[in-house]
Design a protein around this ligand. Structure first.
Ligand SMILES: *Cc1c(COP(=O)(O)O)cnc(C)c1O
Length: 499
């Protein structure tokens, strides 16, 4: 120790050489824009090789490494082994594509590194602006409330907590009374996050009544009413119906009008899970089906799916802001707003959700909505719908392919079909086809099971897809199906492919 030195040698994380960092930063930006510009030429997916995986199985670093070297490791071991959802021929699960402009917006937000939870800071007003725009998109009243959260799972949870707490204003203090058996209703096609939310909220998975669906996978409201009646007869306390605006399996839209009337009559909270499908409300051709979102008590949807925004961006809207606040506001002395200074400004965002510290998600949404205007998003959503119709037609026209569910939105479920193969073989074969498409990097649909049948499933929420990409998909499924089916011996059955 050098006792002569009066000060400690102070350190910082700032670079020693800012000019060098600027140069590196510029090449990173250029590399990433080039990467997105040429993504079509890349395979949809590459399996991460052993060496790449091993590079993430190291001891906690002790000594420093140059930042440009770490970036080189990123280019070598991370960049090529992306999930694929940025690619024009990725239609797995329901995943958004993001955009180059979105990437830059994220960079700006990262530079400010602000906590959009409190403060008289412009980002708080941007956050509010974006929530207001979301209300306008969904036809929610200006005095309703909302929050930007990580995704629709959390947005659904947020809304359902408000629904639950609205049953009884003592729940927040005392938890659920032992005698109170709260039950909610959702169709069998509902996303798993609803069950998880019920488990977290003390409703329990058994408290989610599974309502049957019709042959178009839409909620059977006659069954809904029967279940409610049974519950009331048994002394249970129905409190909420979750309606789907676009189910994850097939894109089905529940009969929102009928669900709204049942909720009004039965005094139940109507929540809409519109993770991707709620955005169809922007299109006049869905007005009839989706105008009912305007009357729901709450709605959850994602901007990172069918608004093509970078992850993460989910939205929850609650009609009655007071109920929303009554579920989440809790302000210890150290976070009440002041009248002036940094701690003045808009209402704390934590009054409307569980997050206290929050990043500046709103910036990308604000920038991209301004850059494109809402009409551009409408056109892109419609483009995806037309692509789904095109794919549907190609499937219907093909002898080797079979459509497995109606195409209500932009999810297309289908399979390769061959006379003489039983259900077990068809399931196995279609799974093989899917994996083949992934491993060759040609295209990335995903899969689901409908009525026991393994289906290939294309969820088209991709602004980079072109019509020709669906030709590639169809041809690849047929040719790999023809090839892979050779190993099965055909039975002499006469079953014809359905519809
Ligand atoms: C994707 C999806 C969710 C979950 O959304 P996340 O953003 O992944 O949390 C919920 N419901 C439906 C219908 C979905 O498609």
């Amino acid at each position: 120790m050098n006792n002569n030195s009066k000060f400690l040698k102070e350190e910082t994380l700032d670079p020693q050489n800012w000019d060098e960092l600027k140069e590196l930063g510029q090449s990173m930006v250029n590399d990433m824009i080039n990467f997105l510009q040429t993504i079509r030429e890349q395979p949809v997916w590459r399996k991460p090789p052993q060496a790449a995986k091993e590079s993430f199985d190291k001891e906690l670093p002790r000594s420093p490494q140059r930042f440009d070297e770490v970036y080189e490791e990123f280019r070598e071991n991370i960049l090529p082994y992306y999930l694929g959802n940025i690619h024009p021929r990725f239609w797995s699960w329901v995943m958004g594509t993001g955009s180059a402009q979105g990437m830059l917006a994220e960079m700006l937000a990262a530079a400010l590194n602000c906590n959009v939870g409190i403060g008289d800071q412009a980002p708080m007003y941007v956050d509010k602006q974006v929530i207001d725009w979301c209300k306008q998109m969904m036809g929610f009243p200006a005095e309703s409330s909302g929050a930007l959260v990580s995704g629709a799972s959390v947005a659904n949870l947020n809304a359902l907590i408000v629904a639950r707490n609205s049953v009884n204003d003592k729940i927040r203090k005392w938890g659920l009374p032992e005698k109170m058996k709260l039950v909610m209703y959702a169709s069998t096609e509902t996303h798993s996050c609803i069950q998880k939310a019920a488990e977290i909220m003390g409703i329990g998975s058994e408290g989610v009544r599974k309502v049957n669906v019709n042959d178009k996978f839409e909620m059977d409201v006659v069954h809904l009413e029967k279940l409610i009646e049974n519950d009331r007869a048994e002394g249970n306390l129905p409190f909420c119906v979750v309606a789907n605006a676009g189910t994850v399996n097939t894109g089905a839209i529940d009969p929102l009008d009928k669900i709204f009337w049942i909720c009004s009559k039965q005094d139940l909270w109507m929540h809409v899970d519109g993770a991707f499908g709620a955005l169809l409300k922007l299109l006049p051709e869905y007005h009839e089906q989706l105008q009912w979102i305007e009357y729901a008590d709450s709605v959850a949807f994602d901007l990172h799916k069918w608004m093509y925004m970078p992850y993460e961006a989910g939205v929850v809207l609650v009609r009655d802001a007071n109920k929303h606040r009554a579920s989440f506001a809790l302000q210890p002395e150290y976070i009440v707003n002041n009248e002036r200074g940094i701690a003045a400004g808009p209402e704390l965002t934590s009054n409307f959700g569980f997050d206290l510290s929050r990043g500046f998600k709103a910036l990308k949404v604000w920038m991209l909505l301004k850059e494109n205007g809402i009409d551009k998003f409408k056109r892109l959503i419609r483009q995806n719908l037309e692509q789904a119709k095109f794919l549907e037609e190609r499937i219907r026209a093909s002898h080797e392919l079979e459509l497995m569910a109606p195409v209500d939105t932009s999810i297309v479920c289908f399979r390769y079909f061959k006379n003489g193969l039983g259900i077990k073989e068809l399931n196995e074969l279609n799974k093989e086809i899917l994996i083949h498409l992934h491993e060759t990097g040609i295209a990335a649909p995903s899969y689901t099971k409908l009525n026991g049948n393994y289906c290939l499933r294309a969820a088209i929420v991709n602004h980079r897809s072109r019509q020709e990409d669906f030709e590639v998909l169809v041809n690849a499924v047929i040719s790999s199906g023809n090839e892979l089916s050779k190993k099965y011996s055909l039975r002499n059955t006469k079953k014809e492919k359905a519809a």
